[in-house]
Design a protein around this ligand. Structure first.
Ligand code: PSU
Ligand code: MN
Length: 313
């Protein structure tokens, strides 16, 4: 079974014809998110990456379904003009988390979907596998604080929506140990792909042990199938950034310290924190972090497609 369950006719998602046909026939489908394109990558580059992700999924034998909300419609599988609209320099799309979907659909507005909202819409459409770059998590406390309430909705959704999310860990701009604890609380299995240490987005390792190691797509599919038979939560598959694209650790640590200072100085909070930090990395590293981001998300799309193919057997 590749899909989690077929949506009822009343579910307000609009699959493209290609995605609807694939789901109907039980062929593998991989969901892709749009926030990484609209808020995580610069215009121009984002469209090329969006296309490359879709091509990568196809090359591995699955159908890509990039998800976004346009004019109040939750689109599952974008046409080329729709993808261009999401990636346009003047798109000015909202960043829609899961709680924002109802207001956006009812109000006829447009927005890009995060890991949380993409997971919800993928599941509603009957898609069980989703590839992204890095999930959101528990943010680091502001200077002088000891804790934060800024915990990404991505974590709560993983705890209640049965979608396999393939990522390169959580962004290294987060409190990784705290995020792993919250995933445990949510009963989300965390799998390391070919590694014993949990990856950290731009870096291959966070230094923290991964709870379970898997080494091939067949093994991932077996774990997902067994988990789904027992539990309603999602599964997190962490695939480290390819070695050739990993960032230098010293450069990474310097940019992270600078970025956090910038966020604190500007008083940036909530949904704006992640895009501001990513943008700082991309400009201050002269694109080194952009290359890492592109290569890791492409690798995740390829792996997600291979797992979706296995699950559809
Ligand atoms: N992966 C990337 N770039 C991104 C994101 C993921 O490589 O921009 C997005 C995802 O949509 C994720 C969001 O859900 O960042 C997390 O935002 P927040 O920390 O505000 O929850
Ligand atoms: Mn947040």
């Amino acid at each position: 079974m590749t899909s989690t369950s077929r949506p009822a006719a009343s579910v307000p998602v609009t699959p493209s014809d290609e995605v609807a046909d694939a789901l109907e026939a039980g062929r593998p489908v991989v969901a892709l998110e749009s926030t990484i394109l609209s808020h995580g990558l610069p215009p121009g580059r984002n469209l090329r990456v969006g296309e490359r992700l879709e091509d990568t999924v196809r090359a591995a034998g699955a159908v890509p379904a990039t998800i976004a909300v346009l004019d109040g419609r939750a689109l599952v599988g974008l046409t080329r003009p729709q993808l261009e609209r999401v990636c346009a320099a003047d798109a000015d799309l909202d960043k829609l988390s899961a709680r924002d979907l109802g207001p956006a659909l009812a109000g006829g507005t447009s927005g890009a979907t995060t890991v949380a909202s993409t997971s919800v819409l993928a599941h509603a459409a009957g898609i069980g596998v989703f590839a992204t770059g890095g999930i959101g998590g528990v943010h680091l406390p502001a200077p002088g604080e000891t804790a934060t309430w800024d915990v990404s909705a991505d974590l709560g959704v993983l705890g209640r929506v049965p979608v396999l999310v393939v990522c390169s860990g959580m962004k290294s701009i987060l409190d990784i140990p705290a995020t792993l604890e919250v995933l445990e609380t949510g009963s989300v299995p965390v799998l390391g792909y070919g590694v014993d240490e949990f990856p950290a987005f731009y870096l291959r390792s966070s230094g923290l042990p991964v709870p379970h190691r898997v080494d091939d797509p067949e093994q991932v599919a077996a774990v997902v199938a067994a988990h789904r038979a027992l539990s309603p939560s999602g599964v997190l598959l962490a695939n480290p950034v390819p070695e050739t694209a990993e960032m230098d650790r010293d450069l990474h640590d310097r940019l992270l310290a600078e970025g956090l200072e910038k966020v604190a100085r500007a008083g940036t909070t909530g949904a704006d924190v992640t895009p501001v930090l990513l943008e700082h990395f991309h400009t201050a590293s002269n694109g080194v972090s952009l290359d890492a981001n592109e290569e890791l998300v492409v690798a995740n799309a390829a792996l997600a497609a291979r797992v979706a193919v296995e699950l559809a057997r």
